[in-house]
Structures are given as C-alpha cells and as structure tokens.
Design a protein. Structure first.
Length: 137
C-alpha cells in the first residue's frame, strides 16, 4: 500500500508529541507500505528540525540521525511540485481553504488517488471533503 505523508505526521517520530499514537502507527506501517511526498516535505521537515535546534529541543546530532532514518524509509519523491503550483495546487488551496503547503499534499493525494496520512485537522477535513481517504480514519 502507498500513501502520501505530510510533515505533521513525520515530526512526532522525533519530537514525541503525538499523544494519540497516530504517527507511530504510520511509522510502523512502513513494514508493508511506502509513502510518497512532494519535494516540499524535505524543506518542511528540515525547517522544523532547525527551529527545534534553535529552541534547544534537539541538537544537530539528533537531527542528523533523524534525517538518516528518514532516508532509509521507503519514501519516494513526487518531483515537479513547483510546476503545478500556479496551475493546480493554488486552486486546491482556494477550493479547500488551505495554505499552499497543505494543498500541496492534498493535490498529490488527489492526483495519485492515494490515501493521506496527516495529523493536521484542516488538511484532514479538506481531504475528506475532496473524497481522499485519510489513513487511520
């Protein structure tokens, strides 16, 4: 099974801030599944790590170990996100009242007919409105 995963589901793996256990369930699913991410995911994950380092929640070594772990997971990149921003993604953002970042994940899930793994409430709601399956719901 393949699914789209966003940053909100990825970061609890290192930050341990998901009391529901949803993110850990998604991580465990990599035994038989794979994820697809837009190019944006790398920037979002790296930015959160950098902010956490600056706030003293993580150190650089922890961030490096975490990104190494991520590179070992079966996660493929949907290249060409930037080419769809002006034509497709911005319209998804408008239609579902999302920011452009969240709309990027939803557009990918819609285009590839894949379920979406997210902890973001607005993105979950938009996915359900768009007829996109949300993993675990």
């Amino acid at each position: 099974m393949a699914f789209v995963i966003d940053c909100s589901t990825t970061m609890p793996w290192i930050l341990k801030n998901d009391p529901t256990g949803y993110a850990d369930q998604i991580l465990s699913s990599f035994k038989e599944s794979q994820a697809v991410v837009p190019e944006l995911w790398f920037l979002e994950v790296s930015n959160v790590l950098l902010v956490c380092e600056r706030r003293g929640r993580l150190d650089a070594e922890e961030s490096i170990r975490f990104t190494s772990l991520l590179q070992e997971l079966p996660i493929s990149i949907d290249e060409g996100t930037s080419y769809r921003v002006f034509s497709k993604i911005i319209n998804v953002a408008r239609d579902y009242e999302l920011n452009l970042y969240d709309a990027t994940y939803l557009e990918l899930a819609m285009r590839e007919a894949l379920p979406l793994a997210t902890l973001d409430v607005a993105l979950r709601t938009a996915a359900q409105e768009a007829g996109v399956e949300v993993v675990g719901i």
